[in-house]
Unconditional design. Structure first.
Length: 417
């Protein structure tokens, strides 16, 4: 098929969970023989030069700016306040683009597109309804659930009110979006169950997050007292996890392992956030990294103390593929079929979490056993060949998406616009 692939980001470089899934799905579609026209609704700093990997992988690629960028600092709160009266979620309105809507319509009107593959629900604000071709919808998360889980920890009454309203808007937007799709995809059975309950008429399939296991290899050069958290600091659930670890877990670990260093490896930590947490001894922020693997290689233990989230965590798959011992909350490992005490250690209580890290710091043999088992789990269930197979199997249930010989539709290399 020739597929119009829509996303609210530019997937190169694939340096966060969202971009990693988008890039893996693009590669899987191409490996399965499909021809891709990519349209990313991107921020100016995300838009890459024409020689980027996206352009090399896809038949055509368009990077189109949003109508309005999400402002930084105080202005983002004003932007959210202005959106309170809208029936659409803030993240959806932020993806609106008249230029993208026009380009999408032109591509569809050309008659040369066999299906639309939409990454998350936000880009659908720019897509005509009804569509002349089948819609495949990939859900990285059950987005409304993230806001529901934020409510469990928020104390500010204004923040709680906003989260409740946004969760309700997102729930309705996700329901309507899934109803438009001929096929909906999730990362995990957990999210499939949640979203299927919203929309019983659409078939849902689990297509797991996956890694190129040839790129992530076990490493032996660990630093025996290094605990690592990896994840972008411009994503609130990650900041909450780091703050929770530093305040409630790290002090107990330090009492028993005085030499521990806690490394936070992720993009865009604000100066205020770094300054606040740097008061704790032996906490180091790396900032944005071109390649996370050297930091993972040096970790004795990778920690995932997440309390808010949905989908599945690529940070766990990265650490597991590199043979690392991992301690996570149950929510952090949600949706991944890793066995407790065999491939990962799960602990919700801060004291239990600290005890698990301390135990692993003092037991290299157990760290090695957990890491080897975790690597095997990734190879069996979360590798790129598994992604290709499950994606093509899911798409095969939509018979009207099977295009005639593309040579009859459009000569190879013919422009679409």
């Amino acid at each position: 098929m020739r597929i119009l692939f829509l996303s609210s980001t530019w997937p190169s470089p694939p340096n966060n969970g969202s971009r990693m899934r988008t890039w893996a799905l693009l590669r899987a579609l191409a490996a399965n023989g499909h021809r891709i026209v990519y349209l990313g609704i991107a921020s100016p700093h995300e838009i890459q030069a024409n020689g980027s990997p996206v352009h090399r992988l896809c038949e055509q690629a368009f990077a189109i700016p949003r109508d309005a960028e999400t402002p930084p600092g105080l202005r983002v709160h004003l932007s959210r306040a202005r959106n309170l009266l809208s029936r659409k979620p803030h993240s959806v309105e932020a993806t609106r683009s008249k230029s993208a809507a026009q380009r999408i319509r032109e591509l569809l009107d050309s008659g040369r597109i066999d299906a639309v593959f939409c990454e998350q629900t936000q880009p659908l604000i720019n897509v005509p309804d009804p569509l002349p071709v089948p819609l495949f919808l990939d859900n990285h998360n059950a987005e409304h659930v993230i806001w529901q889980r934020f409510l469990l920890h928020a104390r500010d009454p204004v923040a709680r009110l906003y989260a409740r309203l946004e969760s309700e808007k997102l729930r309705e937007w996700e329901r309507r979006s899934c109803e438009r799709a001929k096929l909906a995809i999730t990362c995990s059975e957990q999210d499939r169950s949640i979203l299927q309950a919203l929309c019983s008429s659409t078939p849902f399939f689990v297509v797991p997050n996956a890694l190129d296991t040839d790129r992530y290899l076990p490493a032996s050069q660990e630093e025996p007292f290094k605990a690592l958290f990896q994840g972008g600091m411009d994503w609130y659930p990650n900041r909450d996890a780091v703050q929770h670890f530093v305040r409630l877990i790290l002090p107990e670990i330090r009492r028993r392992v005085p030499g521990i260093e806690f490394v936070v490896a992720g993009r865009n930590p604000s100066h205020a956030f770094r300054r606040r947490l740097a008061r704790a001894p032996h906490v180091r922020f790396t900032g944005t990294l071109e390649d996370i693997r050297p930091e993972v290689a040096g970790a004795a233990v990778c920690v995932v103390p997440l309390r808010i989230g949905s989908g599945t965590r690529l940070k766990i798959l990265e650490a597991a593929a590199m043979g690392k011992a991992i301690v996570s909350t149950r929510l952090g490992a949600e949706g991944l079929e890793f066995r407790h005490n065999e491939e990962i250690i799960l602990a919700n209580d801060p004291s239990d979490f600290a005890q698990a890290v301390v135990g692993l710091m003092g037991d290299a043999r157990r760290r090695n056993r957990l890491g080897l088992n975790a690597r095997k789990r990734v190879e069996e269930q979360y590798s790129f060949p598994v992604l290709c197979k499950t994606l093509e199997g899911a798409m095969a249930v939509v018979p009207e998406a099977q295009a005639p010989d593309p040579r009859e539709r459009c000569p190879a290399g013919a422009p679409l616009s």
